[in-house]
Ligand binder design. Structure first.
Ligand SMILES: Cc1cc2nc3c(=O)[nH]c(=O)nc-3n(C[C@H](O)[C@H](O)[C@H](O)COP(=O)(O)OP(=O)(O)OC[C@H]3O[C@@H](n4cnc5c(N)ncnc54)[C@H](O)[C@@H]3O)c2cc1C
Ligand code: FES
Length: 250
């Protein structure tokens, strides 16, 4: 993990309430799919955790949805050329074995962003099937990245684009045809809970990336702990954010 002062290259709106922020670090920092960074926003003591979407040598891109004060300030006040304080890379990221060839990616809301990094890392040697859920047509983004997969399904809550329903429903509709070896998922907890329940008898590993409030992002403050099936507690920032769904309480 490094603390860097990065230079902002771009910070632009890419969909309704969604921004793409690209910054340059002074030297290349290796980042694995599913890892995240903590971005400092002036006037806020706590950094904001955001998944890394793309890491191309010194250029790192994250995408964020406007939520509260921190993300709104990031969108309005941080311009190209300005400095940004970032901790990265953080967390464990997604790991797949050689035998896991056909991979389903199931994402909802801001959960699509860590899955973009999985597409970038795994598209060379895995067959990827992406099921991505958005609120509506105006929220759909990152299509050129998602189209790097063998199959890409957009699902919208209101049916204004693609499949009318959730990403989990879209995935389950095609499960028997695709027969994936593993699933990588990220999204709101109710979505991950529904996915865990629906796949519990399917005998495939489901790796979920969890979203918890964070203080430090480096395993020191215990703000982000989640419960594990064996009764122990895990820190989402340090032991996760990726866990096998069967191991954690959702
Ligand atoms: C590992 C991880 C990766 C994430 N990746 C992304 C991403 O790629 N794109 C994206 O848009 N969002 C992502 N999030 C969610 C993002 O961190 C929150 O939306 C953001 O922190 C909200 O900050 P705010 O100041 O705008 O909102 P406020 O609600 O004002 O924030 C108040 C406090 O709560 C925390 N907080 C609020 N909502 C969340 C949340 N959902 N998850 C974690 N902390 C939260 C904030 O960090 C801050 O400390 C991720 C969260 C985690 C844990
Ligand atoms: S955020 Fe501090 S331990 Fe996870």
């Amino acid at each position: 993990m490094r603390e860097v002062t990065a230079t902002i290259l771009e910070n632009k709106k890419i969909a309704d309430e969604v921004y793409s922020l690209t910054f340059a670090t002074e030297e290349e920092i290796p980042v694995r799919a599913g890892q995240f960074c903590m971005i400092g926003v002036s006037g806020h003591a706590l950094r904001r955790p955001i998944a890394v979407c793309k890491a191309e040598s010194e250029r790192i891109t994250v995408c964020y949805r406007l939520k509260g004060e921190g993300t709104r300030k990031l969108a309005s006040d941080y311009k190209p050329g300005e400095k940004l304080s970032v901790l990265l890379p953080l967390g464990n990221g997604f790991t797949l074995s050689d035998g896991q060839k056909k991979i389903a990616l199931v994402g909802g809301g801001v959960g699509i962003f860590p899955l973009i990094s999985a597409i970038r890392e795994f598209s060379q040697n895995k067959e990827l099937y992406a099921y991505m859920g958005f609120r509506n047509r105006a929220a759909v983004c990152m299509e050129s990245e998602l189209q790097r997969t063998s199959r890409f399904v957009v699902a919208t809550d209101d049916g204004s684009a693609g499949y009318h329903g959730t990403a989990v429903q879209a995935f389950l509709d095609e499960f028997d045809t695709v027969k994936p070896d593993a699933v990588l998922a990220c999204g709101p907890t109710p979505m991950l809970r529904a996915l865990k329940e629906a796949t519990k008898d399917k005998n495939i590993p489901v790796y979920v990336s969890l979203e918890e409030r964070m203080g430090c992002g480096i395993g020191a403050c215990l703000v982000c702990v989640c419960g594990k099936k064996d009764g122990s507690r895990a820190r989402v920032c340090k032991d996760g954010p990726v866990f096998e769904a069967s191991e954690v309480e959702l």
